[in-house]
Design a protein around this ligand. Structure first.
Ligand code: GUN
Length: 287
């Protein structure tokens, strides 16, 4: 039997509708949520993502502050721009699109964003809070993965979760979110020995390698829940890390590419920006 599809596009539309309602309520109290998105350089994929984020902001009634900087921008100029956004009361969330040009230190950039405006959840303080299990701004893609699993009623507690990929953006934080929900989590990476042997143990398998079709059907246990985070652009369209057509015959649930985790990431970005704006509004009311 073929797996049920976890429809990120449909679920993200529900999230965006809720965000729009809460944003309107906030705006009626005089606070319009504002999200700043900074793109340095002209990476075509990043340009697409940034445009999607701007469109999503417009649709839910946020103010978007788009900043397009040339690839030649030096680190100091970017840090100065972030400083300005940090102190702008109309900006509640700041996102600097990755990857950055090589001459800019992404860690220094992440540290420059005020933690309460860090809608990506990349600031070391927010990463530390996530690690400690303290309420924080959770990174958007991991948050979207868990949101989608929970939307489909997939029980995480006690399950064996295998995450393939250990990036700071997806692999590490999604492992922490799954762990916080009492999954038994294994993180695999390029040096993992006998990867198929590990992935076949997964009740929940998250593929975040960025390498198309790394996960074939022989790597998946019957009835597993499979989440595909990869998006690789090829001439024949977008391709995930999972061989969808083969794996859907083995899995119980699976996310498609496109239309799976991608739209969830943007929806979670909106939720994080809304959360930042709501926190800002309630702290100014207390003052
Ligand atoms: N590039 C790819 N994914 C992300 C993300 O989640 N946040 C940012 N800022 N850049 C990205």
């Amino acid at each position: 039997m073929s797996a049920a599809i976890m429809d990120g596009k449909a679920v993200s539309a529900l999230v965006r509708r809720e965000v729009k309602e809460r944003a309107a309520l906030l705006a009626s109290k005089g606070v319009k949520p504002g999200l700043a998105v900074v793109l340095v350089g002209d990476d075509p994929a990043s340009q697409v993502y940034v445009r999607q984020k701007e469109k999503a902001c417009d649709e839910v009634g946020f103010a978007s502050f788009m900043r397009y900087l040339p690839a030649s921008t030096d680190e100091k100029e970017l840090l100065d721009l972030i400083d300005g956004l940090n102190s702008d009361p109309a900006v509640h969330g700041i996102l600097v699109q990755l990857p950055l040009p090589k001459h800019i230190d992404k860690d220094r950039v992440a540290e420059a964003i005020r933690p309460e405006k860090d809608v990506d959840g990349f600031h070391p303080i927010n990463v530390g809070r996530l690690t400690l299990g303290i309420e924080t701004m959770e990174p958007c893609t991991p948050k979207g993965i868990v949101y989608l699993l929970e939307h489909y009623g997939i029980d995480i507690e006690g399950k064996r979760a295998v995450v393939v990929g250990r990036s700071n953006i997806v692999g590490k934080p999604v492992s922490l979110l799954l762990l916080s929900r009492n999954a038994t989590v294994t993180v695999c990476h390029s040096r993992t020995k006998d990867l198929p042997d590990v992935t076949r143990q997964a009740d929940i398998l998250v593929a975040a390698t960025g390498k198309p079709k790394t996960i074939g059907s022989s790597m998946v246990k019957g009835g597993a829940v499979v989440v595909d985070v990869g998006i690789t652009r090829t001439q024949s369209g977008l391709i995930g890390d999972v061989d969808f057509d083969a794996v859907k015959e083995v899995a119980s649930y699976i996310t498609p590419v496109p239309g799976g985790i991608g739209p969830m990431t943007i929806a979670m970005l909106l939720l994080n920006a809304l959360k930042a704006a709501e926190a800002c509004a309630s702290s100014s009311m207390r003052r």
